[in-house]
Ligand binder design. Structure first.
Ligand SMILES: CC(C)(COP(=O)(O)OP(=O)(O)OC[C@H]1O[C@@H](n2cnc3c(N)ncnc32)[C@H](O)[C@@H]1OP(=O)(O)O)[C@@H](O)C(=O)NCCC(=O)NCCS
Length: 182
C-alpha cells in the first residue's frame, strides 16, 4: 500500500482529522476541545501525517514551533517533535514518518528535537536517530514565575540540528542546565 506524507498546519485540518488526532493522543483534558479551540491551541504547530489514498491516518506527530531553548544565556529556535503515534504498531509506519520528517526539516533548515523515555530508545535507535542519553532532565521547564522543574523524559532525540547546537545539548549536565521556553 502506498502511503503519502503530508504536512498540515492546524487550521487546515478537517474536523474529522482533528477527532482522529485527539482520539490517538489520549490526552483526556484535550478531548473536550472544539475544532476552533484545537486550531487556536495548536496554531503554532504543524501536523506531519502518514496517510493512505483514502485519507486514513497511519501515523502522526506534531512539530511544535511555540518552543525555544535557552542554553548558555542564548535563546535558540529549536522546535519540538511531540505526540508521535502510530495507529498500527510494528508495521514500520513510525520509522517511515520519521524518515520523511528528518528529510523535510533538514531541507528547510529547521532545527528540531524530541524527548523519550528510556523504554522507547530501541525504537529511535532503529530509526537511526542520534540520542543524547539521560540528558532530558537537564532541560528544565518553567512551571511558574521563577520556578523550573526537570523534564520527566530520559533522553533527547535529535531530529534535525546544527553541529553547534548539538554540542551544546550534548554538554548539558547538572552544572550546565538549559531551559525550555514555551
Ligand atoms: C513508538 C511508536 C510511535 C513506534 O511506531 P511503530 O510504527 O510501531 O514503529 P515501527 O514499526 O516503525 O518500528 C521501527 C522499529 O522499531 C522497533 N520498535 C517499535 N516500537 C518499539 C518499542 N516500543 N520498543 C522497542 N522497539 C520498538 C520495531 O520493532 C522496528 O524494528 P525492526 O525495524 O527491527 O522491525 C508506536 O509504538 C506508538 O505509537 N507508541 C505509543 C505512543 C508513543 O509512545 N509515542 C512516542 C513518544 S516518545
Amino acid at each position: 500500500m502506498k502511503l503519502t506524507y503530508e504536512i498540515k498546519p492546524a487550521d487546515e485540518l478537517s474536523p474529522l482529522e482533528i477527532a482522529v488526532i485527539l482520539n490517538y493522543w489520549e490526552e483526556r483534558e484535550w478531548n473536550t476541545l472544539t475544532v476552533e479551540e484545537f486550531k487556536e491551541k495548536f496554531s503554532g504547530s504543524e501536523f506531519h501525517l502518514l496517510r493512505d489514498e483514502n485519507s486514513g491516518i497511519y501515523c502522526l506527530t506534531r512539530i511544535n514551533f511555540d518552543f525555544k531553548i535557552e542554553l548558555n544565556h542564548s535563546v535558540y529556535n529549536i522546535c519540538e517533535l511531540v505526540g508521535l503515534v502510530s495507529v498500527t504498531k510494528n508495521r514500520g509506519y513510525g520509522q517511515q514518518l520519521l524518515q520523511h520528517i528528518v528529510h523535510n526539516l533538514t531541507t528547510r533548515k529547521i532545527e528540531c528535537i524530541g524527548f523519550c523515555a528510556k523504554e522507547l530508545r530501541p525504537f529511535y535507535e532503529k530509526c537511526k536517530l542520534s540520542i543524547l542519553y539521560n540528558k532530558a532532565e537537564y532541560l528544565q521547564e518553567k512551571i511558574a514565575d521563577g520556578q523550573f522543574e526537570a523534564n520527566s523524559d530520559d533522553d533527547i532525540v535529535i531530529i534535525s540540528i546544527a553541529d553547534d547546537q548539538y554540542k551544546l545539548l550534548a554538554g548539558l549536565n547538572e552544572d550546565c542546565i538549559g531551559y525550555l521556553l514555551f
